[in-house]
Design a protein around this ligand. Structure first.
Ligand code: NAD
Length: 429
């Protein structure tokens, strides 16, 4: 349906990532013939909070950081979403990520809406004590807006189990007893779930295997390039290398990109990272321009860092068979137009499917915390892979039936579900 309707976007959301989320929504809303009346409330976040986060620095001075939390929709249950500590964080970026979280949860069939939060900061420049001060103060500022039945936080770029433990402790201190279920991604001994830390990367590797099987390609000997060697990227790479027998030929982090056609020894990478903190100075592979890394030949390309890295300028140059979108929003709508034309060359596993492992096991963690009954790792992984397998099959089925790209199929399933829930409930949520 073509429509003259345009959503009036509040200025606070102005950001390239938010524009991208809007454009993706516009395309899918047109495809699904969504009424003008339903479009704004499907797209615009329910709540957006901006807070000042003042902390005492180690040198005795005071710094004030800006923190955000956006709850996209509370129609199907509480909202769920990670917290990002990064210099890229803006209200618009966080809002875009909250929208993508809604579609991701709906595609996986989880009883959640999407949320996201973050603090604009460089966590690498903060001491341990400063990071603790900032994490605790951010959570303190968020207490009026969140809750285990309202909005459940989790980790994202720049945050980890320790930060989640500080969040949980700060919230629990306020309430007066331990509230494990206020965050996910905690250490296992504080009510975290077995398998949560590895879940996103393992889910990415599982779907790559699933896609290879679908394409009738044997995994052993396939080559992979990973952009962003953090939690998600490093675990996906380790699973592909050690479990599936693939060769990791390229990897990068914020400090630089490295390539070795003969394969990169991940044990050496881990040793280097443990010693130096990042990949800077890694000498068992050639250093190359980070942009060039993405267009090196490989079977599997895994963007696992930031959004909008595959764009109109490089989508035509990609030389991979599978594009596994581990990051949120790595591919722009302009790149999608090109990738849609290359559908028989490049098999796209769209982000809301590819990296859903994290939120699925977060859901398991929340359920285990609420029930105070914990599962073993095999139970967690079996349940995870079953949900991911079903979501993958549903996307492929719809894409085939309607002859549409995988991203459109994934978004169609997800947006349809949220739309039905909103129409059935009414205007309140
Ligand atoms: P992380 O902080 O553990 O790692 C991020 C990595 O990306 C780091 O190695 C960093 O150096 C690198 N990086 C940052 N900017 C880069 C750039 N411009 N080029 C190359 N590398 C760069 O974060 P993470 O948890 O692994 O998250 C990575 C991506 O996966 C993000 O897009 C995040 O939103 C998404 N994601 C994470 C989870 C999760 O469970 N952690 C779940 C779903 C999606």
């Amino acid at each position: 349906m073509t429509t003259t309707h345009t959503t009036k976007i509040p200025d606070i959301y102005r950001d390239p990532a938010f524009d991208m989320a809007c454009e993706q929504f516009r395309l899918i809303a047109n495809y699904l013939n969504i009424d003008d009346d339903d479009r704004d409330r499907l797209l615009l976040p329910k709540r957006a909070v901006l807070v000042s986060v003042p902390i005492h620095r180690d040198d005795g001075s005071t710094s004030v950081f800006t923190g955000y939390r956006v709850q996209h929709q509370l129609t199907m249950g509480p909202t769920k979403g990670g917290t990002r500590f990064s210099t890229s964080v803006t209200m618009g970026e966080i809002a875009a990520l909250s929208i993508w979280m809604s579609w991701k949860c709906a595609l996986a069939g989880l009883p959640y809406g999407g949320a996201k939060g973050g603090v604009n900061c460089n966590p690498r420049e903060l001491s341990h004590r400063e990071l603790e001060n900032m994490s605790r103060r951010y959570m303190q500022e968020m207490i009026p807006f969140i809750g285990p039945r309202t909005d459940v936080m989790g980790p994202d770029m720049g945050t980890n189990e320790q930060v989640m433990a500080w969040f949980m402790d700060t919230y629990s201190t306020y309430v007066g007893h331990s509230v494990n279920e206020i965050v996910t991604g905690k250490p296992v001994y504080l009510g975290g779930s077995l398998g949560r830390r590895e879940s996103t990367g393992r889910g990415v590797a599982f779907l790559i295997e699933r896609a290879l099987d679908y394409l009738k390609i044997k995994p052993a000997g396939c080559t992979a390039i990973v952009q962003g060697f953090g939690n998600v990227g490093s675990i996906a790479a380790a699973n592909l290398a050690f479990k599936s027998g693939m060769k990791i030929v390229g990897l990068s982090d914020v400090s630089g990109a490295y390539y070795n056609a003969k394969g990169i020894d991940l044990a050496l990478v881990e040793k280097h990272q443990n010693k130096k903190g990042d990949l800077e100075g890694f000498d068992a592979a050639d250093r190359l321009d980070p942009e060039e890394l993405l267009i090196q030949p490989c079977d599997i390309l895994i963007p696992a860092a930031v959004d909008r890295v595959i764009h109109g300028g490089n989508a035509g140059k990609l030389r991979c068979r599978i594009l596994a979108e581990a990051a949120n929003g790595p591919t722009t709508p302009e790149a999608d137009v090109i990738l849609d034309q290359r559908w028989d060359e490049i098999f796209v596993i769209p982000d809301i499917l590819c990296n859903a492992g994290g939120v699925i096991v977060s859901y398991f963690e929340w359920v285990q915390d609420l029930a105070n009954f914990f599962w073993n790792e095999t139970e967690v992984m079996d349940k995870l892979f079953r949900i991911m397998d079903a979501a993958f099959s549903a996307v492929i089925k719809r894409a085939k039936a309607e002859k549409i790209p995988h991203r459109r199929a994934a978004l169609a399933i997800a947006v349809d579900r949220v739309l039905k829930a909103k129409q059935t409930r009414g205007l309140f949520p």
